[in-house]
Design a protein around this ligand. Structure first.
Ligand code: ATP
Length: 596
């Protein structure tokens, strides 16, 4: 697997720091050709919305052009109103100015809504694409990569890109046009008219004060939504191996879409409230401008004020300040966006350890459960240590195989190869004679139930957790699984029975209870192959005996692979399997022979 975002050994703070610098340096050192590639990548997400983006750009050009109408109105005001000494024309043009201000405000509200909608859609498409990619990566990626860092890229950096798309590009658009329009109109200021222009300022200030708590409330709500999103990502990405095992990637991606929709609703609400907060002051500014023309125009007619001063004042008031500030702010946004773009794209360049696309697409639903390793050679990507060196074994369907032996010989590696978290470099692993690489991945993984030492429980009710690998299971099947896994007593003690939320990661349950939940889940899944990987190591011998009795009884028809250092789980095994110097040795418990 190649990963360009760097790796972080968890034990050393110093190396974490070094890795962070490497990550940042990579983002900052993005050269021109890289930027081109990155922009090309982002363009793919913009393309589906090209018609909206084009429409939005045109509306923005129109809105910016409206600003330029004002000098023209000024000219009309001088020629037709002041020089002609026509007070009614003067009033008429002042009303037109007010109208232009009003239309501009309306258009900017519309474009803000439109900007938010389009940029959010692009952002979510981008985020969902990155998330789907992360779902395909193997456990080795998450063992090397800090989850928080992944999260900050998927969340914060993607948001930074959106912020740029939302505020930056279109602000630059109107800023440049506004600046070009206003450059020729900068003249002198008139202090008396300035006072008149500022007369509505206290009203604007009072209004902003009134609106502030409302905006704050919405921003807080927004942050909570954002925290929900982060929690979802941390929870599911942290449990991805399990989610892959039960082939629920699609459902998780859909949950993300639904969170995104909630986020979008809040985002639009916030944006519109912020818009309303700014719209009133800006309308009042337009009114001030009209007042300036009325009073200033009157003074000019009365000979109390120079005509040039009035023109300079009005144009300065309307156009000079905003665009310059916008463009300066944009300068900083571009560099922030560039770093974020490169950080996000680096995630998508991490490649999976297996090829998910099969040539033959074997989808048989009625596996017998005969497993075979044929000349399997396997080394972890990036590792020097070869774990399997030409391993051969045939595991008969429906047999119970105890896998034991010294630590670190590769027992868990065998399980991960069966689950296709990795593929062997040489040889093949088969189910009923079919190469696992020819089976549809999700189909194959649904045939395997794994009960490991760390039981994965997700936020939700007990019933939802038991149903996780088989959400379509009937209530009767669910209750039967509960009974077979000896969970009836626990269900009776819970306040809402099987519908009681069991909390994040099942914190309030004992090891034995968690194990039984995992068993009930496996029972409901009706697997072809059951894998127990040190599943009972956290409970005492009596509980272990009980759990193993349930397993031997309820999964008698499944091919059972039991990885354990203890003896009880291996009782009643048909075969015992060990890995010795990269080769698999399997001996019959009856002394009937061995397989190497
Ligand atoms: N992602 C990985 N990258 C590189 N090496 C790994 C990785 N995972 C495991 N290993 C190494 O592969 C070897 C076999 O590990 P594995 O977990 O399969 O052993 P095990 O027999 O299950 O051990 P235990 O009995 O302690 O659970 C070990 O030396 C381990 O350090």
């Amino acid at each position: 697997m190649s990963l360009s975002v760097g790796t972080v050994p968890s034990s050393s703070a110093m190396s974490v720091d070094v890795e962070n610098h490497t990550l940042e340096a990579e983002g900052l050192n993005a050269e021109n050709h890289k930027l081109k590639k990155e922009l090309g990548w982002i363009f793919a997400f913009v393309m589906p919305h090209r018609a909206s983006v084009l429409g939005l750009a045109l509306v923005s050009v129109f809105a910016s052009s409206l600003v330029l109408v004002q000098p023209w109105l000024t000219k009309e005001l001088i020629d037709s109103g002041l020089l002609a000494k026509d007070f009614s024309a003067l009033t008429h043009i002042a009303m037109m100015l007010l109208g232009v201000g009003f239309i501009s405000t309306l258009i900017s509200g519309l474009t803000r809504y439109w900007h938010t909608l389009i940029s959010a859609k692009i952002l979510f498409r981008l985020r969902e694409s990155v998330y789907r990619h992360l779902q395909t990566l193997s456990p080795a990626f998450y063992a090397r990569q800090r989850l928080g860092d992944v999260l900050s890229r998927v969340d914060g950096d993607v948001a930074e890109i959106q912020r740029f798309a939302l505020d930056g590009i279109f602000a630059a658009f109107s800023g440049v046009i506004g600046l070009i329009g206003s450059v020729g109109l900068l003249f002198w200021l008139n202090w008396r008219l300035a006072l008149i222009a500022l007369i509505l300022l206290p009203v604007e200030w009072l209004y902003l004060r009134m609106m502030r708590p409302r905006v704050e409330k919405l921003v807080r709500k927004m942050r909570e939504r954002s925290a929900d999103l982060s929690s979802f990502l941390v929870e599911t990405l942290g449990s991805l191996k399990f989610i892959q095992t039960v082939a629920r990637e699609e459902e998780e991606a859909r949950r993300l879409s639904s969170l995104n929709r909630g986020y979008l609703r809040n985002l639009l609400q916030l944006q519109m409230t912020e818009f309303a907060t700014q719209a009133v002051p800006s309308t009042l500014t337009s009114a001030s401008r009209a007042l300036v023309f009325l009073v200033g125009g009157y003074w000019v007619i009365e000979g109390q004020m120079a005509l040039g001063a009035l023109i300079a004042f009005s144009t300065y008031l309307g156009m000079a300040v905003g665009p310059v500030q916008t463009l300066l702010g944009l300068y900083l946004s571009v560099s922030r966006m560039r770093v974020s773009l490169s950080r996000v794209q680096a995630l998508t360049q991490a490649t999976a350890d297996i090829n998910r696309n099969t040539q033959r697409e074997v989808t048989c639903k009625h596996w017998q459960g005969q497993l075979a390793f044929e000349d399997v050679v396997f080394t972890y990507p990036g590792s020097q240590q070869t774990i399997l060196r030409g391993a051969n074994v045939q595991i008969p369907a429906g047999s119970k195989v105890g896998i034991h032996g010294p630590s670190g010989t590769g027992k868990t590696t065998l399980v991960d190869l069966l689950l296709r978290h990795y593929d062997p470099q040489q040889g093949r692993i088969t189910i009923d004679g079919y190469d696992l690489r020819d089976c549809v991945l999700a189909d194959w993984r649904r045939q395997l139930a794994v009960v490991a030492q760390d039981i994965v429980l997700l936020r939700g009710t007990l019933a939802e957790n038991i149903r996780y690998a088989n959400p379509a299971a009937s209530d009767e099947a669910l209750m039967a699984a509960v009974e077979q896994a000896q969970l009836t007593e626990l269900v009776a003690t819970l306040p809402d029975g099987i519908d009681t939320p069991i909390g994040e990661r099942g914190m309030n349950l004992s090891g034995g209870q968690r194990q039984r939940i995992a068993l009930a889940r496996a029972l409901l899944q009706k697997p072809t192959v059951l894998i127990l990987d040190e599943a009972t190591s956290a409970v005492d011998l009596a509980a272990e005996r009980q759990v193993m009795d349930v397993i031997d009884r309820q999964f008698a028809d499944c091919t059972r692979l039991v990885v354990s250092h203890r003896e009880t789980p291996l009782d009643n095994a048909d075969w015992l399997l060990t890995i010795e110097q990269g080769r698999i040795v399997m001996t019959s418990v009856d002394g009937g022979g061995s397989y190497d």
